[in-house]
Write a protein that binds this ligand. Sequence first.
Ligand SMILES: Cc1ncc(COP(=O)(O)O)c(C=O)c1O
Length: 412
Amino acid sequence: MPYGSRLAATMTRRLGRECVYTPSARLALYLALRRWCRPGGRVLMSPVNDDVILFVVLAAGLRPVQALVSPWDGNIDPAAVPESTWRGVDAVLTTSLYGMPDRIVELRDRCEQLGIPLIEDAAHAIGTHVDGQPIGTFGKAAAFSLSKHVAGMAGGFLAVEDARARRELELLRDDLLTPARLTADLSTALRPLARSTVRALHLVRPTWRTMQRLGLLERDDFRMSLHAPRLSLCAHEAPSLLPYDPWIRVDLHDYRARHGRLVRAGLNLRMNMLDENLSRRREGVTLLSGTPWASPALNDRAAHHGPLPLFRVPLLVDDRDALVERLVTHGIVSGYIYDPPLDDYAGPEFTDPSPDPTAARWFASHVLPADPLLARKLTKALTKERTKTAHPPAPSPAKPIPDTTPPAPLGQ
Ligand SMILES: Cc1ncc(COP(=O)(O)O)c(C=O)c1O
């Protein structure tokens, strides 16, 4: 039986698509990019995303191209992407950030017209549907993460449109896995328990502060250090995961470890509790949607699709960074902040910048990703802190967007 096939079968039943089990979503994305994109290709993506994903794209030997995004949810705004950009890309990587669905039907139609693959990073969107269809079933392939909704701190899937690709991807995955180690398995299996114990004993604040002081956090800021000169050298070896390991493993050092039975059994249990988890998330989303800080995109989406079981709820707040610090004193640690946008972070050596970064910068610096499972506690803390709602600046009147199409190769 292929590795992780029981977990993969559970996910296949949920999605209605063939799935390959992977130790992480980042590895699943790497497999998808290797399978559907030729090295040297250009990939349109949202600049409001985890830096790890930028490095996965680079490791696959691809050039990231940053898209224009909506200031309300940070997802790609397909209508705002200039025609010249559309014509110059070879694939699209969506994010469905925090579980808020991408404009996925438009993106799929556009990719079909252009004959390029749509790859879905559905790491945050395991329970999100659009018109009754699950996110993760619109493109050629989609990556899911069990470290998010079910807090497994390991595990992921690659779901594929064409069932015939599954075996090939399993072989590609097996080549990339590192051998199982009992000590690593024990620590992976125990980490989710340690985290819930810290929560249950109200130790979030002292634990977080201690980790900060001891330098145990891998990011000093919201982004990891780029180490540009070292990163430049890796390009000679791409496509390959190995040279990019120091960047890709951040937050999940075992991202390509072959987990043993203990870890997989724990993940199976967590998968069985997913529906209950999703309904608690919907309740939290309903509560947070009614607060003054909720992004209007939330109520707009809820009107069409009902409350979504989001991974995080995008609240838009003034003076976000200071608020994040103060929330720690309420026992609330806010993660998953992707600020600055990837083009500002990595610069033109590593990515094509978006033609107009205003919306991405605004969203990235004002969003507070709120855990819907902590909705009541958060609402109380935000009220106590007299949190002010942020409003995006009015769009500047029709500013021409520079043409960023690369010159066509000679002879075309
Ligand atoms: C948007 C997004 N995609 C992918 C990933 C990678 O997921 P995993 O940790 O399972 O590799 C993350 C991790 O936080 C993420 O935020």
